[in-house]
Write a protein of this length. Structure first.
Length: 249
């Protein structure tokens, strides 16, 4: 209905497993230059996507291991950050922030970190999304049934001194939290050791938990943030990301 008889130069879909193949084909026919999809979760977690891969001119995955998990040609792309949401940040109101869905594979890491952090006198804002999960988590961790909005998640990130990220076993791709920390120039604590392969990694800024011990973490928190060269951090800004995905020179 929106397109009518008109055409568009570019189409970008995100996680196209939620769309019917007929809708994708229709939009592809209306696209004159490039029709692309970005799958920001592991392919095997949403298997409907496999049949949709060949419908696109360009198809990107955020987990490098997924390149070998399909017979179709796919390319690697990371997540990104929005620069305008990383400027004029307020003063932090707590030390650590994390919000994510309930996943058994990261449950013990979340509880262990929350126990250590509060035991050391740090403040945290941890919220886990899921039904009937209250008994799985320590009292200092909030649980709720409903998702929070992207806007509220960004506001919470802005109010934290350090962002925390707990990867799940089903993939090794870097989460949005990784790039929001990069854009906001905040420190990141993550259980995803893959981050060390990237050009923005610096041990003053990113700590791998629990690869290092809690004594190392104390030292990490005291070290100053190491500025990342703009030509590196801007590679992961949305404006550059979308040009690459859509093959815009």
């Amino acid at each position: 209905k929106l397109l009518g008889n008109s055409r568009v130069d570019y189409t970008l879909m995100i996680s196209a497993d939620i769309y019917s193949t007929s809708l994708i084909k229709f939009i592809k026919e209306k696209t004159t230059t490039s029709c692309a999809n970005y799958q920001f979760d592991g392919l095997h977690r949403f298997p409907k996507i496999y049949d949709r891969i060949p419908l696109f001119d360009h198809f990107y995955v955020f987990d490098e291991s997924d390149i070998s998990n399909t017979d179709y040609p796919v390319d690697m792309a990371t997540n990104f950050y929005f620069p305008h949401l990383c400027e004029d940040l307020p003063q932090p109101q707590y030390d650590f922030y994390f919000t994510g869905s309930h996943q058994v594979s990261r449950l013990h890491h979340i509880n262990d970190f929350a126990d250590w952090a509060t035991g050391q006198g740090f403040t945290l804002d941890f919220t886990i999304i899921g039904k009937n999960i209250r008994n799985n988590y320590l009292p200092q961790i909030h649980t709720k049934n409903d998702l929070i909005s992207f806007r509220d998640n960004i506001i919470n990130s802005q109010l934290s001194r350090v962002l925390v990220d707990f990867v799940i076993n089903e993939h090794k791709g870097l989460s949005f939290r990784t790039f929001e920390a990069l854009g906001m120039k905040k420190k990141l604590i993550t259980t995803n050791a893959e981050v060390k392969k990237y050009n923005f990694y610096h041990p003053n800024n990113i700590f791998i938990w629990p690869e290092n011990n809690s004594g190392d973490l104390k030292d990490f928190l005291q070290r100053p943030y190491h500025p990342i060269a703009p030509e590196i951090s801007q590679q992961y800004a949305f404006s550059n990301w979308v040009k690459r995905i859509l093959h815009i020179e």
